[in-house]
Design a protein around this ligand. Structure first.
Ligand code: ZN
Length: 91
């Protein structure tokens, strides 16, 4: 199973959802209560719907992860996550 930093590289440092850059560190809460641009682990099939680890994990901004919430993934999202995890496992 690929680690987060390998996923980060495989995603070319871009958020899975908004395609904007992420910081190379886990998300941190700022003093003003906002979250920085660090990554969070995003479950493609939501945890609440039985999604587990492995190919199901990608990285996304905190805000983007929250906005998606528990929505079922599209086929495109599932395929994109597989590609990211395949690349991450070969780095
Ligand atoms: Zn984002």
């Amino acid at each position: 199973m690929a680690g987060e930093f390998l996923r980060f590289l495989a995603q070319k440092r871009l958020c899975f959802h908004c395609h904007e850059p992420m910081k190379p560190t886990p998300v941190r809460k700022k003093r003003n209560g906002d979250y920085d641009k660090g990554w969070t682990r995003e479950h493609i099939v939501p945890k609440s719907k039985g999604g587990r680890k492995g190919d199901n994990i990608v990285l996304a901004h905190y805000k983007c992860n929250q906005e998606r919430g528990n929505v079922d993934p599209t086929l495109e999202m599932i395929e994109r996550a597989k590609v990211i995890n395949a690349i991450a496992s070969e780095i």
